[in-house]
Structure formats: structure tokens, C-alpha cells
Design a protein around this ligand. Structure first.
Ligand code: CP
Length: 308
């Protein structure tokens, strides 16, 4: 019997390789359960979880909610746009009011980097970071690495390039930490304006030529251009970005090997990836979405103090 070493999942930076492997082993069990005719288990029957989303989400929100339902948890869904936050209530007051209703765990997405960390110092419940601004998106990185492990057998020793808007991407940072902890080599690729200065200090390679990056890698994780977080023009136009950094079939065909293609979603078809690649046999985009449920079940199960 092994236990998760953390009370919260705030970021991948804080957790150990053993914790990540424990999440994967636990997710393996849940994945087999959710593919059975009876998909529900009573594991979190007495646990109440609040999903607090201050930012838009499709995949993460639905995935957490489905994972909670599969675990038989009681759920409260809270969306900032339809709440008293718009009347000036602070984050701490909002969450304390929710916790007064005896909530055990909070899954939170917030536009401010560090918001989950901040909250964890003020409330007693376990917190799962569902994406905090440009900081981390730990469950996305876990499901990404889990999907690579599923497709290629292991993450260790694999070469993974993360392509696109590295500067504004919480997915990139969490993936870098997670993949490195699991023994992968990581490269980032994109226009130099979208790659943070000194990112090499994290131990990643940097490449601005997409074809060279694709020739190097086993897996390409194509990121969305985060226009909503960009406060200035980082490249002349989406058309130009797509010409230089978009993954299309012609580029894949020029490689003399097969690579795995990933995308965290939502996809801007025709910008970072074309439909013929997104929907091809190289793509594991929908496997990532499917695995997200099992991985999130594992995370919440372990944070609730359950043993694998
Ligand atoms: N991958 C991801 O976080 O997608 P959503 O923003 O739709 O949750």
C-alpha cells in the first residue's frame, strides 16, 4: 500500500517521481473500471468536491466532473461569471463560504498564477490546480505523460518537443517538469518571441526551426496560441505563424519516421495543426481526453487519502 505524499496538487514541480508513478498505476485501475459496463465505484462516496472555475474550460471541467461522478463523490459546480465574485467578493471569502458548507476538496481554475498556492495557505481542504494562469496545469501534464506511456510503452528516454506559445502556456511548464521527472528529453520549439529567455536553465533544448525539431523528436505536443493572454503582437499574423510552426501532413510526410502527435486542446484547426494531422493515426488527442478522466480519478482518489 502506498500513499500520495502531498495534501494538494498545486503543480508538478512540487511532486515526486514516485507520486507521478503512483498516479499512473492508480489510473491504470480506474481506466479498466471506466471501460466496464458499470463504470461507477463508491471510492469517494462520503467526499464533497467543489469545482471552482474562474476561467473558461471545456475538457478539464467536464473531465473532473465525470471523474468525480465515477468515484461517487458529491459535487458542487461554481462558475465565477454567475457568482457573487462579480459583486466584489474576494477569492478567500468565496472559497471560505463554500467550505462552510462542509466541502472536502476544491478543484480550481483561476487566471492568476499562484492562486491555488495562495488559497492552500488559507483553507483546510485539499486543492487541485485545474490551471492557474500561465503557471501550471498539473493534471494536463499527468494525462499527457500517461498517454505517451500508453502509446510508446514508457516515457523514459523518449524525445518530446513542445511546439508553440511556450511563454503563455501552463501546459508547457507542467509538461517540462513531468516529462523530465519521468526521464524524457524535452525540447521547446517556436518563434523566439514566444520562448521565455533562460528557459534552458530548466534543462530543455531550444529550437526555432520546426522541421529540425520534428526530425529530433518521438512526440510533438502542439500548443494553442494563447491570444487571450498575449498583451502585444508576438508574430505578424496567424497565417505567418501557421506557415512556420503549423503541423501539416506535408511536414509529417517529409520525416523518414513516424512520430506521435499530441494537443492539449482546444485546437485551432489550421493554425497550430491541420485537420488531416489532428484526425490522423499519428494523433493521440482523443486518447489524451479519454485518459484525463482516469488520471483525474486517480489524483482525487489519492488526495482523499485513499491508498492505491
Ligand atoms: N486542455 C484544457 O485545459 O482544455 P480546457 O481549457 O477546455 O479545459
Amino acid at each position: 500500500m502506498r500513499k500520495f505524499s502531498q495534501k494538494h496538487l498545486l503543480g508538478i514541480k512540487e511532486i515526486s517521481t514516485q507520486d507521478i508513478e503512483l498516479v499512473f498505476e492508480t489510473a491504470d485501475n480506474f481506466k479498466s473500471i471506466i471501460n466496464r459496463p458499470i463504470k461507477k465505484v463508491p471510492s469517494l462516496r462520503d467526499v464533497t468536491i467543489a469545482n471552482i472555475f474562474f476561467e473558461n474550460s471545456t475538457r478539464t471541467r467536464i473531465s473532473f466532473e465525470l471523474a468525480q461522478k465515477r468515484l461517487s463523490a458529491d459535487i458542487i459546480n461554481f462558475s465565477a461569471s454567475s457568482s457573487s465574485v462579480s459583486k466584489g467578493e474576494t477569492l478567500i471569502d468565496t472559497v471560505k463560504n463554500i467550505l462552510a458548507m462542509k466541502v472536502d476538496m476544491v478543484v480550481m481554475r483561476h487566471p492568476a498564477p499562484g492562486a491555488c498556492q495562495f488559497l492552500s495557505r488559507h483553507i483546510p481542504a485539499s486543492i487541485v490546480n485545474a490551471g492557474d494562469g500561465t503557471h501550471e496545469h498539473p493534471t494536463q501534464a499527468l494525462l499527457d505523460a500517461y498517454s505517451i506511456r500508453e502509446r510508446l510503452g514508457s516515457v523514459k528516454g523518449k524525445k518530446i518537443v513542445i511546439v508553440g506559445d511556450i511563454t503563455h502556456s501552463r501546459v508547457a511548464l507542467s509538461n517540462i517538469f513531468c516529462l523530465q521527472k519521468l526521464g524524457a528529453e524535452v525540447m521547446v520549439c517556436g518563434p523566439s518571441t514566444l520562448i521565455p529567455r533562460h528557459i534552458e536553465s530548466l534543462g530543455v533544448k531550444v529550437e526555432t526551426n520546426l522541421m529540425k525539431a520534428l526530425e529530433w523528436c518521438d512526440v510533438a505536443n502542439m500548443l494553442r496560441i494563447q491570444l487571450e493572454r498575449q498583451d502585444m503582437k508576438y508574430f505578424p499574423s496567424l497565417r505567418e505563424y501557421s506557415m512556420l510552426y503549423g503541423l501539416d501532413k506535408e511536414r509529417l510526410d517529409r520525416l523518414n519516421k513516424e512520430i506521435v502527435v499530441m494537443h492539449p486542446g482546444p485546437i485551432n484547426r489550421g493554425v497550430e495543426i491541420t485537420s488531416d494531422v489532428a484526425d490522423s493515426k499519428h494523433s493521440i488527442i482523443l486518447d489524451q481526453v479519454e485518459n484525463g478522466v482516469a488520471v483525474r480519478m486517480a489524483v482525487m482518489f489519492l488526495l482523499a487519502g485513499q491508498q492505491a
